[in-house]
Ligand binder design. Structure first.
Ligand code: AKB
Length: 331
């Protein structure tokens, strides 16, 4: 299917489509634009995927030729570039993480420039912040001093997006995602992953050993809100977007102890213990919450899930999975 650019419906390519965000974003995009309009790509071989629900291609996004080939073949008009190595995993192999995160973004930006794509979405992260940022309600224009290779790649990525926008007119839009919580796919290698793993362990074993200290508050968001924010930003009129870097978006801020207390309301026997590891120092360098006034002002951002609603919804979806002994993958 080659896209006629005059057609209204965009042709969207998603990288990292099998990851935590990609799984849900691809489903949401296909709901809106139709299955055939959304080309999912990831490292997995298509033959190993049992639930293919639309076009899928195995793609290593470092392979620029293959990326360009897909863009040309399908007449892609938008890319959501989600493939990346996250904060904790990135610290294990810093140069590899840097190469993947930066070179893949540059490949996407080049493709967007050369093929005159309408729009690109690229996620930044709260990992751009560091110790000199206010810990509470970090402002949009705070001094960025990331402490992880992932955070450095996000800070540099924000600059590269601005560069391509300024010099080549590429319409790149970006959000600084907080830790994301979802039930469909496991979180993969981040510092905030505990907030997903705790649900699986609570339902599977009735206990969880947390690698962050009980009072570590971090910005978090339920995946429904994250997907809605992403689509809202991508559909906003370009003139409304006064902040042309990556927008701060806030929703929740809680500690492991607070999440455990909320879980105990549903699962009274659940217990949490703590065995702190090196992810604690990454968490210590991040803010507890962010100021998202610009997102609220420019494209009417409002989160819908608080801690109570998020916890109840996660349990509603995951409880049947464990009741049927159909154990989901836990990161
Ligand atoms: C991570 O923990 O690395 C990510 C993030 C906050 O970007 N979830």
């Amino acid at each position: 299917m080659k896209h006629d650019k005059k057609q209204l419906s965009p042709v969207i390519l998603v990288t990292g489509a099998r990851g935590q965000i990609g799984t849900e974003l691809v489903a949401a995009l296909r709901n809106i634009y139709g299955r055939e309009q959304v080309i999912a790509t990831d490292l997995h071989d298509a033959t190993t995927i049992v639930d293919l629900e639309g076009p899928y291609h195995q793609l290593n996004v470092l392979d620029k030729d293959e990326l360009e080939n897909l863009v040309a073949t399908y007449g892609v008009t938008q890319i959501y570039h989600l493939a990346a190595t996250l904060s904790a995993k990135g610290e294990e192999t810093p140069l590899k993480a840097w190469h993947l995160n930066m070179q893949s973004l540059l490949n996407i930006l080049e493709a967007a420039k050369d093929h005159k794509l309408d729009k690109v979405f690229w996620p930044s992260s709260i990992a751009v912040f560091g110790p000199s940022t206010a810990r509470k309600i970090s402002p949009q224009n705070a001094l960025l001093d990331p402490q992880t290779v992932y955070g450095i790649s996000k800070e540099a990525g924000e600059q590269w997006c601005a560069y391509y926008r300024e010099h080549y007119g590429v319409d790149v839009r970006s959000l600084r995602y907080p830790g994301l919580i979802s039930y469909s796919a496991p979180a993969g290698g981040g510092t905030t992953d505990y907030a997903v793993a705790v649900f699986h362990e609570a339902l599977k074993n009735g206990r969880y050993e947390c690698y962050l200290s009980p009072n570590t508050a971090l910005p978090m968001m339920y995946m429904d809100d994250a997907v809605r924010a992403t689509l809202q930003l991508m559909n906003a009129r370009v003139e409304a977007l006064k902040e042309r870097g990556a927008y701060n978006i806030g929703a929740l801020s809680f500690t492991p102890a607070e999440l455990a207390t909320e879980l105990n309301k549903h699962l009274p026997d659940f217990t949490i213990s703590y065995s702190i590891d090196k992810r604690q120092s990454i968490a210590n360098s991040w803010p507890a919450s962010v100021d998202d006034a610009e997102a609220r002002r420019d494209w009417n951002w409002h989160p819908e899930y608080d801690l109570v609603a998020m916890t109840a919804d996660m349990l509603d979806h995951l409880t049947p999975v464990y009741k049927n002994n159909n154990i989901a993958t836990v990161s």
